[in-house]
Design a protein around this ligand. Structure first.
Ligand SMILES: NC(=O)c1ccc[n+]([C@@H]2O[C@H](COP(=O)([O-])OP(=O)(O)OC[C@H]3O[C@@H](n4cnc5c(N)ncnc54)[C@H](O)[C@@H]3O)[C@@H](O)[C@H]2O)c1
Length: 248
């Protein structure tokens, strides 16, 4: 119960890592406000978690929607301690096929969405010396072929994390990112396009467990740690949770 009495907002909570994070933070004692573009899905997650959870439809690409979830957390519970930016989209394809529509969609969710949420939440986090955990990716630290927009967006999340960690250190707000390798969620269960060299994409998978993907709960462990007081001296890190994928 490391998060007893804490108020947390989690984006992307209808599926995969966000769902595991929502369950984990609630199990650690936090009151959670969970948002997702999949409104029915996030309602179901809140119902399954019970009293600790409140669901709200959320589009992180929309600034007003991001303000609304933060306002909801503050009006319901009187403040905000933890922001977990987990919502994201993946888009594999050859660079020549990544037109402005595809580029803008990935950047607006994965990077501008994190900006919107941090911007809306920061004044409240300052009040309670809270913290932010952003879900970046191994693709935020190294290049991933055939994944240009996603890789650029996740490098941006790592950069934004570091900049905010330093800027808000005086106010006592910690800002960290997690960089998972492959995690077994619906995001990676979609079939990849046939015209990309998948061997190249997969050339450095996890070194642990015979290359097996992590489970969403493995990533939630790291989110709960960074969000808790156990990580009180940790800010500005991009924590690799990738089975050694980016180690060499
Ligand atoms: N699965 C992996 O291998 C992996 C690896 C590294 C990083 N990540 C990152 O982890 C995060 C979660 O991914 P996941 O694997 O759980 O994927 P997922 O597809 O299972 O879940 C993503 C969730 O985000 C929601 N979402 C998408 N766009 C949204 C928007 N505009 N507004 C609000 N919600 C939106 C979706 O509805 C979905 O519920 C993403 O940021 C992803 O980039 C995933």
């Amino acid at each position: 119960m490391r998060l007893e009495g804490k108020i947390a907002v989690v984006t992307g909570a209808a599926s995969g890592i966000g769902l595991a994070v929502a369950k984990r933070l609630a199990a650690e004692g936090a009151k959670i406000i969970i948002g997702d573009r999949n409104a029915d899905g996030v309602e179901e997650v809140a119902a399954a978690i019970g009293q600790a959870a409140t669901a709200i439809a959320l589009d992180v690409a929309d600034e007003n929607s991001c303000k609304a979830i933060v306002d909801r957390a503050v009006s319901l519970h009187g403040g905000l301690d933890i922001l977990c930016n987990i919502a994201g989209v993946l888009d594999f394809g050859r660079f020549a096929e990544v037109d402005r529509t595809r580029w803008d969609r990935v950047i607006s969710v994965n990077l501008t969405g994190v900006y919107h949420m941090c911007h809306a939440a920061m004044p409240h986090l300052i009040e309670r010396r809270g913290n932010i955990v952003n879900m970046a990716s191994a693709a935020g630290l190294v290049g991933v072929p055939y994944n240009s927009a996603y890789t650029a967006s996740k490098h941006g999340v790592v950069g934004l994390t570091r900049a905010l960690a330093l800027e808000f250190s005086k106010e006592g707000v910690r800002v960290n990112a997690i960089c998972p390798g492959g995690v077994n969620t619906p995001m990676v269960q979609q079939a990849p396009p046939e015209n990309i060299d998948w061997q190249m994409v997969m050339r450095s998978a996890s070194w642990l467990d015979g290359g097996a993907m992590a489970m969403p709960e493995d990533i939630a462990d790291s989110v709960a740690f960074l969000a808790s007081a156990e990580a009180k001296r940790i800010t500005g890190v991009a924590l690799s949770v990738d089975g050694g994928q980016t180690a060499g």
